[in-house]
Design a protein around this ligand. Structure first.
Ligand SMILES: *Cc1c(COP(=O)(O)O)cnc(C)c1O
Length: 223
């Protein structure tokens, strides 16, 4: 099936409250243009350099989401235009995003990435670290970022029960934080980013409001 057909099919299966991030990493601009012409505006990339090249070449009403691990020294390259950063996994990174956002005279929306998988290779905060950040005075002083939700990646496994347990855990942490912290100028929790091509239906059942889908739209990736 074509990119256009894939997109249409996926959009038809998503509930209205779930936002689709089309993950275009490693894919050429022409693939993104096809998805754009089919109406897609939100694209996810995991490398800042690649995302910036695409940003410069492609229509300016595309919303670019950084879904990969972020190095602090590269934040400045995406700060002028990035729409949402999913993978924020430390206070120091949040501080750097705040600093670069201020330089660009904007507020950058962020998701805090939670470690929910069993694999050591995945990044993210645990619940205690998350609570410490959100409760701190240092966090409240950051005026040029806005934490709008949480992101997580489940263990790469065929075991659906395991994946379900991890997604449910993330939803639970989200609900608890929302209750405990309410909204502030730089905190407004309304997004749970979880679910990829293989597990997005389950993620939605478990409370996801934003799914990140690559291969089911663009086909498998050759690295
Ligand atoms: C690559 C990637 C995706 C998309 O993966 P698919 O299996 O191709 O849908 C989603 N989230 C993150 C963080 C990724 O790096």
């Amino acid at each position: 099936m074509s990119i256009t057909e894939n997109l249409k099919h996926i959009k038809n299966t998503l509930p209205a409250h779930v936002t689709l991030v089309a993950v275009s990493k490693t894919k050429p601009n022409e693939d993104i243009v096809e998805a754009y012409e089919a109406g897609q505006r939100i694209f996810g990339e995991n490398k800042i350099q690649e995302m910036t090249d695409k940003y410069e070449a492609l229509p300016k009403d595309i919303q670019w989401h950084m879904i990969g691990h972020v190095q602090r020294n590269k934040v400045k390259y995406m700060a002028p235009y990035v729409s949402l950063i999913h993978g924020v996994d430390s206070f120091r990174l949040l501080e750097e995003i705040d600093k670069q956002a201020k330089r660009n005279n904007r507020v950058i929306s962020c998701l805090l990435q939670m470690f929910i998988a069993e694999e050591e290779t995945k990044f993210g905060l645990d619940q205690t670290e998350l609570m410490e950040i959100l409760a701190s005075e240092e966090f409240k002083a950051l005026k040029n970022i806005k934490v709008v939700g949480l992101m997580g990646m489940a263990t790469f496994t065929d075991n659906q029960l395991q994946v379900k347990k991890e997604f449910t855990q993330l939803s639970g942490i989200f609900a608890m934080c929302k209750k405990q912290f309410g909204s502030e100028d730089n905190l407004d929790l309304n997004i749970i980013s979880m679910g990829m091509s293989n597990d997005y239906s389950l993620a939605i059942e478990c409370g996801s409001t934003m799914v990140r889908i690559g291969s089911n739209i663009f086909g498998s990736r050759n690295y």
